[in-house]
Design a binder for this molecule. Sequence first.
Ligand code: HEM
Length: 399
Amino acid sequence: MLNNQHIDVIKSTIPLLESAGPALTEHFYKRMFTHNPELKDIFNMTHQKTGRQSVALFEAIAAYAKHIENLAALSSAVERIAHKHTSFNIQAEHYQIVGMHLIETLRELAPDAFTQEVEEAWTEAYLFLAQIFINREDELYTLREQAIGGWKGARPFVVVSKTAESEAVTSFVLKPKDGGKVVAFVPGQYIGVKVKPTLSENIEIRQYSLSDSPNGETYRISVKKDSADNGHAGLVSHYLHQEVFVGDTIEVMPPAGDFFYVEKQAPVVLISAGVGCTPMQGMLNHLSETNKPQAVTYLHACDNANQHSFVEETQSLLTRNDWNQHVWYREGEDQQCEVTGHVGMMTLNSLANELPLQTGNFYICGPIGFMKSIVEQLTSLGVMTERIHYEVFGPHASL
Ligand code: HEM
């Protein structure tokens, strides 16, 4: 258990953690993958190569040290991370491995500062944090396992349909190979997909939002074929697009995610950019099926007509329910969107009279720069932050 002395020591090491940040992270992952290569089948090794993900764990540890006396401030981050971890099927024994490499990294990189007192305090503090995650993840695993259609870990699913939604996005409908039902989810959540791409030495796990409403029988995911990312083309998305066909089997972890639609008996505005439309498609389908009586508005931005996904499906949902939409094409006049004719970046000022700024709930999903801009625009139009909900695709970064 953490005592006051531990807390003082932890606080005194914050400058060390912050100053050594990138070096610590690099050393930690190198060390961990050398001693425990089996973890390469869990971590996204492309993120390791591009350096995109590696900072997240140490940033979270540094945030923990900073808030060690007020852990309640971390509860939403803990919830987000715990959901993410369950989609990788992370187990209690993994925490021992990560903890050991964290401590050894500190010892190896800062031998003078890493006194016995510091070691004791950090060992206790890490165990304490790990137990918070283990407990919450256990709860999530049990909930998913015990629900109708539920399961734990990886379950084989057959691809029953594969449909191009636009130039870069393709949907896959997945049905359990064992013929059983699937556990319900809340629109906005994702599943973990576990595959072994031909070009990869490792098993790869990726998260994809569920792009349809729950039906108890199948899941639909819609995957964007990722372009090169610092020279590393989307390994899994390319594999799914090019090598996985109807009849093939892939493994799936149960739904997870702390970004989801909550019914508040109020108008709703769904805002997305690019492949951020996938959770919105799940929400739109759900709102239509539940005959939402309040207004629904859909705002979407993408590069051009070729990148515009779910055009017909969205149009038919909007027409059926008499909902409004606006679509922006980023690329030039000649690519003007037929639906509403907006070009360039999404701007909300001109729509202020149409949007339920005082009463609505706003759900946003897309790249970080887009979401930052939309959150700023909404706040400056007077929308209260508690009515703005967002999901960052890819490694989490704070807005
Ligand atoms: C107290 C210990 C831990 C902390 C503070 C922590 C923190 C984090 C954070 C902040 C993220 C990013 C979440 C997001 O993108 O929304 C993350 C993702 C992830 N964590 Fe943890 N984690 C811990 C333990 C573990 C363990 C024990 C494992 C498994 C061995 C693990 C595996 C992963 C994986 C695979 C991801 C996804 C990112 C990637 O593939 O690189 N974590 N974790």
